[in-house]
Write a protein that binds this ligand. Structure first.
Ligand SMILES: [Zn+2]
Length: 525
C-alpha cells in the first residue's frame, strides 16, 4: 500500500486537488420580486448546490465564527451541518470541512474560542474534517527566527494541534483532524510541519498566505520546503485561502489535495470594477445603483444633493449681490466726484474728501438696493441651476416630463424608470443608447457619480455576458445580476462567480492531470 493511502482523505479524492467553497451564510431567495424589490411571503432560501444542477465546488468550508453557541445547538438539534445546508438531498457527496475562522480574532492576543468549543462544533454538527485551532501570525519574512510574538502564536497553534489530536484519538468523534501550520518563513513552516508529522498528523493545513499577503513565489517556496516532510511521512496538504491557477503545478507536486478561496466571491460584492466573472477568468464591471427609496446611501445622496443646491444658491446670491453692489458703487463714486467738481458736495461731518465721497456713495447704493433688489443676476443664477437639473433631457424629453429631480419622489420615479430601461434593453426592446440615457438621468442625481465607472458598465451592458452564461442564476436574474444594489443581486452574482470559477477550475485540473485521467477527477464515495 502506498503510504499516502493510509490517509482516508487521499483515498476519497483519488489524490486530485479539490476546491472548497468557503460558505459564509450565502443563500438567495428564489421568490424575490425584482420589480417591486420585495421578499414575497413564500420566501425560499436556496444554496448554490440547490440552484445549480452542475457541481460548483468539491467541498464546503464552514468556519465556526459563522455561528454562535445557540445557533450551533439549534443546527445540531436539526440533524447537523449537512442537513442544515441540505447537502443530504444531493445525489453526490459533498464533504464539509470546518475551521475556526482565525481572521476574525487575529488582532487579539488570544483566540476567542477554545479547543473544547471547536471539538464540540465539529462533533455535534457532524463535520467530515476539522482544522485545528490556530492563531494567524500576520507577517511573512524570508528567513529569521521570528519575533517573540510570532513564536508565541506558532507555539500556541502547535499546542492546540496536539491537544485536539489527543482528544480525537481518545474519543474517535467521526471527523478527521487536520493539523494547522502557522509560521513566518519557509523554514519555520517546515519545522512546524515536521513536528506535527512526527506527532502523527497526516493532513496539514497551511495557514495565513492570504492574511500575510504572500505572492505566488512565497507560497511556492513554503510548499516546496515542505516536500521532504510530505514525502517522508505521507502527508497531504490543504492551502487556506489560495487557489491561484499559476500555483496548481506546485500544489500537485507538493501533494496539496484541497484548497479554498473566497476571492471571486468577495470581488462580486466589494466594488463595481471586477464584479462579474466572465470568460477566461476576466471580469466585467458592475454598477453601483443605489436604491432611491430605502438605501442609506441614496438618502445621503438625496440630502447632499439638496444641500449642494442650497449651497450653490447661497454662494451665487452672495456673488451676484456683491458684483451688482460694486458696479453701483463705482457709478455713485464717479457721480459724487463730479459733484465735488461742480461744488455740489453735500455737507458732512467727515473732513477728508475721498472718505466723504465713499461714504455718500455707499449710503446711496444701500438705499437704492433696498428699493429694487438686483433682478438680472438672480435670473442668470436660476437658469444655471435649471440647466444642471435638465442635463440630458433633450435626448429623452418625454420620459422626464413633469419629473422634479430635486425631490425624493422625483428620484424614486427615476430609479424605477432606469431599471425598467435596463430590462427593456436586456429584452432587446430599446437601444443601448436609450438605456444609457435614462440610466444617466438617475445616476447624475448622486454626488458619487463617476463617468469612468459608468462607461465601464456600459461596456458590460454592450456585451450582455449574463445572456451568454449558462448558469441558472444568470438565466433567472437577467441584467439585475450586474447591479450592485441589494443583498439579492449581490448573492446571485456570488453564486454566478462560484459556478463560473468552478468551470474554469475543472478545466485547469483536467489539464493538470491530463485528459486521460478525466474520469477519475470525480469525487469517490
Ligand atoms: Zn451566470
Amino acid at each position: 500500500m502506498n503510504k499516502f493511502e493510509e490517509n482516508p482523505t487521499v483515498q476519497r479524492y483519488n489524490n486530485k486537488i479539490q476546491l472548497f467553497f468557503p460558505y459564509n451564510g450565502h443563500a438567495v431567495n428564489t421568490n424575490y420580486d425584482f420589480q417591486a424589490e420585495e421578499h414575497t411571503d413564500n420566501r425560499i432560501k436556496k444554496f448554490p448546490h440547490e440552484i445549480f444542477s452542475e457541481k460548483s465546488y468539491d467541498g464546503i468550508l464552514v468556519a465556526k465564527s459563522l455561528y454562535n453557541e445557540k445557533q450551533i445547538e439549534k443546527i445540531a438539534a436539526e440533524g447537523g451541518i449537512k442537513k442544515h445546508l441540505r447537502l443530504d438531498q444531493l445525489p453526490y457527496d459533498v464533504p464539509v470541512m470546518g475551521d475556526c475562522g482565525a481572521p476574525r480574532y487575529m488582532h487579539k492576543h488570544m483566540p476567542d474560542i477554545t479547543t473544547d468549543q471547536l471539538f464540540n462544533y465539529y462533533t455535534s454538527l457532524g463535520f467530515d474534517y476539522g482544522i485545528s485551532l490556530d492563531h494567524i501570525i500576520g507577517q511573512y519574512e524570508h528567513g529569521g527566527k521570528g519575533t517573540a510574538e510570532q513564536r508565541r502564536r506558532r507555539d500556541l497553534t502547535i499546542n492546540n494541534n496536539f491537544e485536539l489530536l489527543e482528544r480525537v484519538k481518545k474519543e474517535q468523534p467521526g471527523w478527521y483532524l487536520i493539523g494547522s501550520i502557522q509560521a513566518w518563513s519557509a523554514q519555520s513552516f517546515r519545522d512546524v510541519a515536521l513536528e506535527l508529522a512526527k506527532g502523527g498528523f497526516k493532513y496539514l493545513a497551511m495557514g495565513g498566505p492570504l492574511n500575510m499577503g504572500m505572492p505566488d513565489s512565497d507560497v511556492a517556496d513554503v510548499l516546496k520546503g515542505l516536500s521532504d516532510v510530505v514525502n517522508d511521512y505521507g502527508i497531504c496538504l490543504h492551502v487556506l485561502g489560495v487557489t491561484r491557477y499559476s500555483l496548481l503545478p506546485v500544489f500537485k507536486e507538493c501533494n496539496v489535495i484541497t484548497c479554498d478561496s473566497a476571492t471571486h466571491m468577495v470581488r462580486a460584492v466589494i466594488g463595481p470594477h471586477q464584479a462579474y466573472l466572465g470568460e477566461e477568468n476576466g471580469y466585467h464591471a458592475g454598477l453601483v445603483m443605489p436604491k432611491a427609496n430605502s438605501s442609506f446611501r441614496a438618502k445621503r445622496y438625496v440630502k447632499s444633493f439638496d444641500e449642494k443646491e442650497a449651497e450653490i444658491l447661497k454662494k451665487k446670491d452672495a456673488e451676484v449681490l456683491q458684483k451688482e453692489k460694486d458696479a453701483l458703487l463705482e457709478k455713485e463714486i464717479a457721480k459724487q466726484k463730479k459733484n465735488i467738481l461742480l461744488g455740489k458736495l453735500k455737507s458732512s461731518k467727515v473732513q477728508d474728501e475721498e472718505e466723504k465721497v465713499k461714504l455718500l456713495a455707499e449710503r446711496s447704493v444701500d438705499a437704492s438696493m433696498k428699493k429694487a433688489p438686483p433682478g438680472k443676476g438672480l435670473e442668470i443664477r436660476r437658469n444655471s441651476i435649471e440647466d444642471h437639473m435638465k442635463f440630458g433631457e433633450d435626448v429623452m424629453p418625454n420620459l422626464l416630463e413633469g419629473l422634479d429631480r430635486k425631490t425624493k419622489d422625483g428620484i424614486e420615479k427615476l430609479d424605477i424608470m432606469a431599471r425598467d430601461a435596463l430590462r427593456s434593453y436586456d429584452r432587446g426592446e430599446i437601444s443601448l443608447q436609450e438605456a444609457k440615457n435614462v440610466l444617466l438621468q438617475y445616476l447624475r442625481c448622486f454626488d458619487g457619480f463617476n463617468p469612468k465607472y459608468f462607461e465601464n458598465f456600459i461596456t458590460t451592458l454592450e456585451n450582455k455576458p449574463w445572456q451568454k452564461c449558462g448558469c441558472q442564476m444568470c438565466q433567472d436574474t437577467g441584467v439585475d445580476i450586474v447591479l450592485l444594489r441589494s443583498g439579492e443581486t449581490g448573492c446571485r452574482r456570488i453564486f454566478h462567480n462560484l459556478w463560473k470559477y468552478y468551470r474554469s477550475w475543472d478545466k485547469a485540473i483536467k489539464e493538470l492531470y491530463g485528459e486521460e485521467d478525466k474520469e477519475n477527477t470525480s469525487v469517490q464515495n
